[in-house]
Write a protein that binds this ligand. Structure first.
Ligand SMILES: [Zn+2]
Length: 174
């Protein structure tokens, strides 16, 4: 999984437990202990931890790893490897979502419809279905509704390509 996916998971769990969101420094120091966990296990781990934890543990990577080992036991047929997805909607088969309710930010994670594995109690939806239910994708939007870093990067690339298509005589007239 990527550091961003881990950060989303840690934030979602902290949010759910009513704890303060872990700092970037904490995420940075925690991530090396869990970086080998495949993306496809993250939804399961997040779901389990929000089911079972009462408060945010000081040693968060430890409980995260415990749930990963449980995922491995529950899914012996799965190869623990990153899935390279061609889907634009999700991040490696997962949809990281948020919505605002009564002034509070609610977060969740679901399997994307492109995900071929067993979705279990996490559930599988398309981004369009999630959006119809009021959820916003964190792949494309920040919590304040602005474009995500990825969305900005792609928009810049598209603009650069567009500029290349403008004939030289048009630019020289300006
Ligand atoms: Zn997808």
């Amino acid at each position: 999984m990527t550091e961003q996916q881990f950060s989303y998971a840690a934030m979602s769990i902290a949010n759910f437990l009513g704890a303060s969101v872990p700092s970037e420094t904490k995420i940075y120091t925690w991530f090396p202990k869990v970086s080998h966990i495949p993306s496809e296990a993250v939804g399961y781990i997040t779901q389990k931890l929000t089911d079972e934890l009462e408060r945010m543990p000081a040693n968060f990577p430890k409980v995260f790893l415990e749930k990963f080992h449980q995922w491995q036991r529950d899914n012996p047929q799965k190869q623990a490897k990153e899935r390279e997805q061609g889907c634009q909607d999700c991040e490696a088969g997962l949809l990281w979502l948020y919505r605002k309710k009564n002034g509070k930010i609610e977060t969740t994670v679901k399997y994307c419809q492109c995900y071929a594995g067993f979705a279990g109690h996490i559930g599988r939806v398309s981004l369009a279905q999630a959006e119809a239910a009021g959820w916003i994708s964190r792949k494309w939007f920040t919590f304040d509704g602005g474009p995500s870093a990825l969305a900005i990067e792609l928009a810049k690339k598209a603009a650069a390509q567009e500029r290349q298509r403008v004939p030289h005589w048009q630019e020289s007239r300006q």
